[in-house]
Design a protein around this ligand. Structure first.
Ligand SMILES: *[C@@H]1O[C@H](CO)[C@@H](O)[C@H](O)[C@H]1NC(C)=O
Ligand SMILES: *[C@@H]1O[C@H](CO)[C@@H](O)[C@H](O)[C@H]1NC(C)=O
Length: 429
């Protein structure tokens, strides 16, 4: 064969070896074998290291320099590419692989650093995030605009007559209202958490407030495609706009209007479902379900949403009495890798530079709370919340996060709502 004809690269030079005469030990590692840097190789050529002539003899190699790059014992032509996680590597004309230098959404070093660091939670490598950049994660996996100052200043509802003593140490909405708390959703690569968290909270609240008579899983797609005033579908949206739509127009179930914007699509999908008033404050759909298998196209509405104070106890009281609440959450790079435990933002990415430390605004559904005794005797309080990254992420689609310290702003903007449930929606005797 032709033996060692490589794109070049540094072998004799890097090993700093050039041997005179025959010396079978004068070798350096070459891919998965060896090449020679002794004068004897000059006669057989085929086993000389590619840089032998230039480095050891100071003359050009006796064959045209092959172009291409080596990888795992094979040679690839100029322009060949391969992916290393979120970075594309290209074989340059100089015979070197040149790789992009993006921060990746899944980063083995950060996962190890979290798991070694005793932060109270574990990190994992998610295959659905592997290969994405951190920037893409923030661009495609979140999707809630920060509430404007006006909305932020919305009057807070204060729960009156609050006696902290009555709050249990653990609370799980699914245990108090069995069958009425809907599974965590999956927004895919659609930056529409504004629609997902709103649909999730409204679904649970309507189920609870109708005492289980109605248990709709409401349609995020209905909001994404039809609530378009100042909203940007899978490119982000506002919570106040979503609640306005749910109150004034209402939405159908997810079964009727299924999620189809799986991949971040720049072009918005047309709205397939409008509603019109039937009087008495109720509305009905103007079209059949986009899913032809489903006939039930009832419109579900809510009352105006209300903002809770950022007080931990008031949020707990609201959860306990009325059901899950919606909260914004500032998502940092390490949150994507969350697997289990009580999340707190860690400093693991700090040593890697600013590119690796990014954050964006998201929204989630808080469903409960609890506390855990740490080995040092301290008590760690937490919220339990449903994310919208599918049930394979975190603790079955849920995560726990430190409570009472406004971790990642989770207590900054918390919203409750009432389902619009009238007597005729209630069970008849
Ligand atoms: C090595 O090879 C080159 C090119 O083929 C030749 O010119 C030179 O004389 C050789 N040197 C030895 C020491 O064999
Ligand atoms: C993470 O998962 C991907 C695909 O599931 C795998 O190819 C990769 O090697 C894993 N990386 C680490 C650091 O575990």
């Amino acid at each position: 064969g032709h033996g060692v004809y490589d794109a070049g690269g540094s072998y004799c030079q890097r090993g700093d070896v050039c041997c005179h005469g025959r010396n079978d030990g004068c070798t350096v590692p070459y891919h998965d074998t060896l090449c020679y840097c002794d004068l004897f190789c000059n006669r057989t050529v085929s086993d000389c290291c590619p840089d032998f002539w230039e480095y050891c003899l100071g003359i050009p190699a006796p064959f045209p320099k092959a172009s291409g790059c080596a990888r795992a014992g094979r040679n690839y032509p100029t322009g060949a590419t391969y992916r290393e996680n979120c970075n594309l590597c290209t074989c340059s004309p100089g015979g070197q692989w040149q790789c992009e230098d993006h921060a990746c959404l899944m980063d083995g070093e950060l996962i190890d650093a979290v798991n070694r660091g005793n932060y109270g939670w574990r990190a994992a490598n998610y295959s659905q995030f592997w290969g994405m950049t951190l920037e893409d994660g923030i661009r495609y996996r979140l999707g809630t605009f920060r509430p404007s100052p006006t909305v932020m200043n919305m009057n807070e509802m204060h729960v009156r007559g609050l006696q902290p003593g009555v709050l249990p140490r653990h609370f799980d909405a699914a245990a108090k209202w069995p069958g009425m708390i809907h599974e965590p959703l999956d927004q895919g690569n659609c930056a529409g958490s504004w629609a997902f968290s709103t649909a999730a909270v409204a679904s649970d609240r309507i189920s609870i407030h109708s005492m289980g008579h109605m248990k709709p899983a409401l349609s995020p797609q209905n909001l994404l495609s039809c609530d378009t005033r100042n909203q940007r579908g899978c490119s982000g949206g506002r919570l106040d706009g979503a609640w306005w739509y749910l109150r004034r127009r209402g939405v159908v179930t997810d079964e009727c209007y299924p999620f189809t914007s799986q991949e971040s699509q720049p072009a918005a999908q047309p709205c397939m479902m409008h509603s019109r008033s039937t009087g008495r404050g109720k509305r009905q759909a103007t079209a059949r379900c986009p899913n032809p298998q489903t006939h039930a196209n009832e419109i579900y509405q809510s009352t105006p949403a209300y903002r809770l104070s950022s007080s931990e106890k008031e949020i707990m009281k609201e959860l306990l009495e009325n059901g899950p609440v919606q909260a914004i959450l500032e998502v940092h790079e390490d949150f994507f890798m969350y697997k289990s435990g009580i999340y707190r933002h860690t400093p693991v990415a700090e040593g890697k530079g600013p590119k690796h430390q990014r954050h964006g605004t998201h929204s989630v559904k808080i469903t409960g709370w609890g506390e855990e005794q740490l080995p040092d005797g301290q008590t760690q309080k937490y919220w339990t919340a449903a994310n919208s990254w599918g049930t394979a992420w975190g603790e079955g689609g849920y995560f726990r996060i430190a409570r009472g310290v406004n971790e990642c702003e989770v207590e900054t903007f918390v919203v409750g709502v009432w389902g619009r449930v009238s007597m005729e929606d209630m069970p008849h005797k």
